[in-house]
Design a protein around this ligand. Structure first.
Ligand code: ATR
Length: 279
């Protein structure tokens, strides 16, 4: 085997054992006839810098970066693209021929593409959008919605101060509402997005009353474990279209795979099924 042609990548996080990314990338490595492997890289917080500086010597084409390293890693790479800089975090690193580390963030791309795959006529400017949560994921989602031409976003977070701080980057587009108003924030919206961790496996369901949510509104949850959160079950039962977070996960991986291995991979029905079965 030619060692120079062996493609190596992985996901760097802590904890990381639950990640579905190896299943996804290794499927594509096989599908496109490449030689290589995508591995779990459990790196504790204090070891991030050492781990990153070892990537070129280990022959890595690059890696994904996940919690809790997405923000800190941005300060440790040599170059950060404009999109990642705007989001304030990276989720992908590409090792250059000279060993330089380049950071990018495909979460927003993955989010939008996941919506379009599930609902091809989706438009960001179809009406007001309610976004719940103001963490790292919310920032990438807001940035992507803004780039796609959203006209009005209502941002609601348990800790309103965090929503206010986040909204400051989107003057005129994002308005914050107190957590107590989350039910009323749904009146007239074209879309509701959950970026909080409520409804995720191990957490309680999101506490929200959907009575005022229009039936034509799309309900999007970026969670993919479980595939259908209680929010999505409730929305589907009353007739809303729903989209889970699996499409975001799978689509954010595509530009990363392309940057490392030179092929933009496709999401086949078989791959989607395999991923769903793994959850
Ligand atoms: P991520 O990077 O996935 O966005 P995060 O930055 O930890 O993760 O954000 C978690 C989000 O879930 C936050 O918006 C958080 O609200 P706070 O800013 O008030 O902490 C939200 N969240 C967590 N627990 C919650 C709860 N019990 N009820 C409502 N929102 C909650």
């Amino acid at each position: 085997m030619d060692e120079k042609k062996f493609g190596l990548a992985g996901v760097l996080g802590w904890p990381v054992a639950h990640s579905r990314s190896p299943l996804l990338h290794n499927y594509w490595i096989r599908q496109y006839g490449l030689q290589g492997s995508y591995v779990l890289l459990p790196v504790a917080p204090g070891n991030l810098q050492a781990a990153l500086s070892g990537l070129p010597a280990l022959g890595f084409a690059g890696c994904n970066v996940t919690q809790p390293h997405k923000v800190e890693a941005m300060a440790l790479v040599h170059e950060v693209d404009a999109n990642a800089r705007a989001i304030g975090a990276i989720n992908t690193i590409v090792v250059g021929p000279d060993g330089a580390l380049r950071g990018m963030n495909n979460d927003g791309f993955g989010y939008i593409q996941g919506l379009i795959d599930a609902s091809p006529d989706w438009r960001a400017d179809a009406g007001p959008i309610a976004v719940l949560g103001a963490g790292g994921a919310a920032r990438a989602v807001l940035m992507a919605l803004a780039q796609r031409g959203a006209k009005e976003i209502r941002l609601v977070n348990r800790t309103q101060d965090k929503a206010v701080a986040l909204a400051a980057a989107f003057a005129g587009l994002v308005r914050t509402l107190p957590w107590e108003s989350r039910h009323e924030a749904l009146a007239d919206v074209a879309m509701l997005v959950n970026t909080t961790n409520q409804g995720m496996h191990g957490n309680p369901p999101l506490d929200i009353d959907l009575r005022l949510l229009p039936l034509h509104a799309l309900v999007s949850d970026i969670i993919y474990v479980p595939l259908e959160t209680p929010l999505l079950t409730q929305a589907r039962a009353r007739g809303n279209r729903t989209v889970n977070g699996l499409g975001m996960l799978m689509n954010q991986a595509r530009p990363a795979f392309q940057a490392w291995f030179g092929v933009l991979p496709e999401i086949s029905p078989e791959l989607r099924h395999l991923m769903e079965q793994s959850i």
